[in-house]
Design a protein around this ligand. Structure first.
Ligand code: GDP
Ligand code: GDP
Length: 483
């Protein structure tokens, strides 16, 4: 169900960020700010080859670091390695093998992860000549690539992801670092079944889910709302989940098998069915769910990709951090519907309330399409109306926009305020139709539409939003000119 995670590892200057940019072709990569790090980690959506994936650039990597910033970086990188489906280890064909590469190779071998060795900067080098000496790293066949020219990159990615198509029979040979922990958690569950129906999601079921299509494909028949609750550690995600689930019957709880599997919790509330997608490694202790894993950017991103509505939680008592803004930016990038909850409202005084609202205006103004709620997850205040907004955002994301009504709205908007000329061209808009859902995509046909300005696009967006009641979902508008 989740998009696979491809992590780029290697020492400084081997070409990781060059490869990252080629894979994502997106300048709007998500940057995670782990304060104090000299270089941030980048996360983006991979757009190469047949299969979508998440790509992580780990920055420079000093595996033998003993203290301070380097140690923290090494820790973060190790976490990224543990959380990935595939690691691409980059080395530099021109510089040759060095001691540092050996250190990283040793660490990767110990991780038990699937590693592909990419010998970068190999453009123009003799076939086989570039890769020969890298066999000694003991990581299998080296792949010659050129991140800057693009040689070999698509092949490498397709090969790296192809194993996901193999039937995932047993996980035993995989020596997955997290495997034992998962198995232990699963065992714990079986003992502690309680009144909930708990069942294991085997790999085949997971594949079937993937085939049924989530994410970008609209699910016309599935009215279940896939909800991801995301936010920094301690904002109150587990508390809210317990408040949501406390009164409700949990229908199914899928156990994690491999790193690829997610935990999903199904519940119903006021006649609406939800699937909660876990971001934090929820475990059940007695009747209470708690997040036992530390915050994971990768899990957060995967949950955002896998859901259709994101609930972004902020803490009323804390500052809105860059990390919050980055998560929000990624939501926008993926086009997921969004509801914002400012939690811990119970503990705030007037000054704090004003401060957080000012900060929200300043740092997260680009989320103005989303409904914002102030809640107390602990006391259950505001939760009912929060869920109403989740339902509304889901409905908006999957709204059916009829061509006649879209076209009427377009014509009315143009009549009231025609698009400005650009040079000798005046854009002419003929009709509009819907090109997709979650997020809704409106395609406008006409002539000279390249000349439409951003501000005019925003004007049209506002008109469509108001006519079709699209609060809670991003809206995309595309122009198609006949000439
Ligand atoms: P990072 O520190 O691993 O992220 O490395 P960068 O992506 O910043 O690249 C380091 C240097 O190597 C830059 O000057 C790049 O232009 C150069 N570089 C990256 N990929 C290639 C390549 O495929 N061929 C050549 N010749 N240079 C490359
Ligand atoms: P998570 O890391 O996002 O899952 O956060 P938790 O749910 O574990 O909550 C972190 C802390 O915030 C706990 O001590 C909670 O009791 C507290 N907390 C959560 N929600 C609220 C709330 O609405 N009001 C107050 N005052 N505290 C809360």
């Amino acid at each position: 169900m989740f998009k696979p995670v491809v992590t780029l590892v290697g020492r400084a200057n081997v070409g990781k960020s060059t490869l990252f940019n080629r894979l994502t072709r997106s300048r709007a990569a998500l940057v995670a700010d782990f304060s104090g790090l000299t270089r941030d980690r980048h996360y983006g959506e991979g757009r190469v080859g047949e299969r979508p994936f998440i790509v992580v650039d780990t920055g420079g990597f000093e595996p033998v670091a003993k203290d301070g910033i380097l140690l923290e970086m090494a820790r973060q990188t190790k976490q990224a390695i543990a959380e990935s489906d595939v690691v691409i280890f980059l080395v530099d064909a021109r510089a040759g093998v060095n001691a540092h590469d050996h250190e990283i190779a040793r660490l990767l071998r110990r991780s038990g992860q699937r590693v592909y060795l990419a010998v970068n900067k190999a453009e123009g080098m003799r076939h086989g000549g570039a890769t020969a000496e890298f066999h000694e790293l003991g990581l299998g066949e080296p792949h010659a690539i050129s991140a800057s020219h693009g040689d070999g990159v698509v092949d490498l990615i397709e090969q790296a992801l192809s194993y996901l198509d193999e039937p995932a029979a047993d996980d035993g040979g995989d020596a997955d670092g997290g495997g034992d922990a998962h198995a232990a958690a699963a065992a714990e569950f079986e003992i502690d079944e309680g009144s909930h129906r708990v069942h294991e999601h085997d790999a085949q079921l997971a594949e079937a889910d993937a085939d049924a299509g989530t994410g970008d494909t609209p699910q016309a028949v599935d009215h279940r709302i896939k909800l991801a609750i995301v936010g920094r550690p301690n904002v109150g995600k587990s508390t809210l989940i317990n408040t949501l689930l406390g009164e409700e019957r949990v229908i199914a709880f899928d156990l994690p098998g491999t790193t690829r599997d997610a935990i999903e919790i199904e519940f119903e509330r006021d006649g609406v069915s939800y699937t909660l997608i876990d971001t934090a490694g929820l475990r059940r202790r007695g009747k209470v769910f708690e997040a036992i894993e530390k915050f994971s950017v990768i899990k957060t991103l995967q949950a955002i990709e896998a859901c259709n509505v994101v609930l972004l939680m902020l803490d009323a008592g804390a500052e809105i951090s860059d990390q919050d803004a980055h998560i929000a930016g990624f939501v926008l990038e993926t086009g997921r519907a969004l509801v914002v909850a400012i939690n811990k409202w119970d503990g705030t005084d007037r000054d704090q309330r004003e401060r957080i609202q000012r900060e929200f205006e300043r740092k997260l103004r680009f989320l103005s399409f989303a409904r914002m709620h102030t809640i107390s997850a602990l006391k259950g205040q505001g939760v009912k109306s929060l869920l109403k907004s989740v339902n509304a955002a889901h409905a908006a994301a999957f709204a059916k926009l009829s061509t006649p009504r879209l076209t009427r709205t377009l014509h009315a908007a143009v009549e009231q305020q025609p698009p400005p000329r650009k040079g000798i061209f005046r854009p002419k808009m003929r009709y509009a139709h819907q090109g997709g859902q979650n997020p809704p995509l409106i395609i406008i046909h006409g002539n000279a539409l390249d000349a439409v300005s951003d501000s005019y696009r925003r004007y049209l967006e506002a008109r469509f939003r108001e006519t079709f009641d699209l609060a809670g979902t991003p809206l995309r508008i595309e122009f198609k000119s006949s000439h």
